[in-house]
Design a binder for this molecule. Structure first.
Ligand code: C2E
Ligand code: CA
Ligand code: CA
Ligand code: CA
Length: 274
């Protein structure tokens, strides 16, 4: 009895109360949210380091809540996963991103790959594969211009299911990236069993490339590992010329980051393409 009580007390200390209230507020607004009106996608260019050209864009979701203002995806995605809203939201993002990419092609811009973040909760939905296929059919986007960014948690939780879904995606012609590589509890075990096109080096390792030699060793190792496994490697969060030069010298294939551009609205993205 005694220890039970201590646990309960520890779970909800006084200082966490305001945060819980805010989360409940977000949850309530999420229930009522009109996806079309309140959510918007920003696109961040991905640059090929060999050519210096924009070769892709990552779709990054923003929630413009009428009362609370702009809420970061790191705050609302976990809540949406909890409430189940993630499914409708993910389907919407996928469709918007594919439609936008198709539109860029129709408007005569260079062919780009669009990368869409896929929550592990959505991946585990029984209708996930169907949903991707339906979006491709509806938007008429060639599947090789769609890359799904998955995280390690999916592969670690259930290798069997992950292999199965990955194979189905590959059969459809869709590309797959492993996001935030090296962050969290990595397991190298699944890498050799799964066909992944792109490894994304987490921003944590890129941030201090100039100051921290361990981050340089780790980034270099990830780049070499990716190349040995026949994968592309993209570094995220590149903010300085020093970081860019280092990654280039190690033959990293691509970069994303504020150095080149922040995530922007589609209307502003075309200015980068022009
Ligand atoms: P992520 O997939 O790792 O995306 C990269 C994050 O780093 C983005 O934050 C991006 O705006 C930011 N970033 C890009 N370049 C730089 C840079 O040079 N410096 C710094 N400091 N930051 C940079 P954002 O847009 O706030 O997204 C945060 C996370 O939310 C994403 O991390 C992703 O995990 C998740 N997310 C975003 N959109 C979606 C979505 O549509 N679906 C799902 N499931 N998750 C999403
Ligand atoms: Ca990502
Ligand atoms: Ca990241
Ligand atoms: Ca992520």
């Amino acid at each position: 009895m005694g220890s039970e009580r201590i646990k309960l007390l520890r779970k909800e200390p006084f200082h966490s109360t305001p945060k819980l209230t805010l989360q409940n507020k977000y949850r309530k607004y999420l229930e009522q949210a009109n996806i079309e009106k309140e959510f918007v996608i920003h696109y961040q260019p991905q640059i090929d380091l060999a050519s210096g050209e924009i070769v892709g864009m990552e779709a990054l979701l923003r929630w413009n809540q009428p009362t609370l203002g702009v809420i970061s995806p790191t705050q609302f995605i976990p809540l949406a996963e909890e409430t189940g809203h993630i499914h409708a939201l993910s389907e919407w993002v996928l469709e918007q991103a594919c439609r936008q990419n198709k539109q860029f092609q129709e408007d005569g811009y260079q062919e780009l790959k669009v990368a869409v973040n896929i929550s592990t909760v959505f991946l585990q939905n029984d209708h996930f594969i169907e949903c991707v296929q339906r979006v491709l059919d509806q938007t008429q986007l060639d599947p090789r211009f769609l890359e799904l960014e998955l995280t390690e948690s999916f592969f670690i939780q259930n290798v069997g299911e992950a292999t199965d879904k990955l194979n189905q995606l590959r059969a459809m012609g869709v590309r797959v990236a492993l996001d935030d590589f090296g962050k969290g509890y990595s397991s190298l075990h699944y890498l050799k069993h799964l066909s992944i096109d792109t490894l994304k080096i987490d921003r944590e390792f890129v941030k201090e490339l100039s100051q921290n030699r361990y981050d340089r060793y780790i980034s270099t190792t990830i780049i070499n590992l990716a190349h040995h496994l026949n994968m592309n490697v993209v570094a995220e969060g590149v903010e300085t010329v020093e970081q860019l030069e280092f990654l280039k010298s190690k033959s990293c294939n691509g970069i994303q980051g504020y150095l080149f551009s922040r995530p922007v609205l589609a209307a502003d993205f075309v200015k980068l393409l022009a």
